[in-house]
Design a protein. Structure first.
Lengths: 58, 136
């Protein structure tokens, strides 16, 4: 495995960690809220739709 | 990564504890928001772990349908929660959306059984399941 390949793998692993950290911060905010607003649910809906499209496009 | 997933579980447990207050509608909408954000995180982490060669090409291909199905079913649950207006009765479609989402999660959990290095994903699934079940 070349150094550039190792770097690419490490970058991907770090990206997974970054995703988790971002999620933890969001989760804390969501846990503190009484419910969820229409805007928050609409935003999640849009991003879920994008994620579904990305999976289907593979 | 394992320490982080433990942190995620602790945060989710705290979130579950907070969900005890409020109306049923509030709790359903909150659970939908958390389930949606969690499945989006799970989806991204699967791509990252595939890029990091933790998940093989074959496994990644095999996970396409079950992950896609969880995304679709959780989105349906989010849509039911969003459509639930204040002071309205519990939507007739809520139970069906919950059942479909939980079934899709079970299928994905089965697909991940015995796979190494995917605890972040299996823990995320456990969180989504717990959040949806918590408002039964």
């Amino acid at each position: 495995m070349s150094p550039s390949q190792i770097l690419a793998l490490a970058t991907s692993a770090l990206s997974a960690v970054e995703t988790l950290i971002t999620y933890i911060v969001k989760l804390k905010a969501m846990a503190a809220a009484a419910g969820a607003t229409d805007a928050e649910l609409a935003d999640v809906d849009v991003r879920l739709t994008e994620a579904i499209a990305r999976r289907e496009a593979e | 990564m394992k320490r982080l997933t433990v942190l995620v579980l602790l945060a989710a447990m705290a979130a579950s504890a907070v969900a005890c207050g409020g109306t049923i509608r509030d709790n359903v909408r909150k659970s939908a928001n958390i389930a949606g954000e969690t499945v989006l995180t799970l989806d991204q982490i699967e791509y990252d772990l595939h890029d990091a060669a933790v998940i093989s090409d074959n496994r990644h291909a095999a996970l396409k349908v079950p992950i896609g199905d969880v995304l679709v079913k959780v989105r349906a649950y989010v849509r039911v929660a969003k459509a639930w207006t204040e002071n309205a009765d519990t939507p007739d479609t809520l139970a069906e959306a919950r059942t479909a989402a939980l079934a899709a999660i079970s299928v994905l959990q089965s697909a991940l059984e015995g796979v190494d290095g995917v605890s972040a994903i299996t823990n995320a699934l456990a969180i989504i399941k717990a959040k949806i079940e918590s408002v039964a």
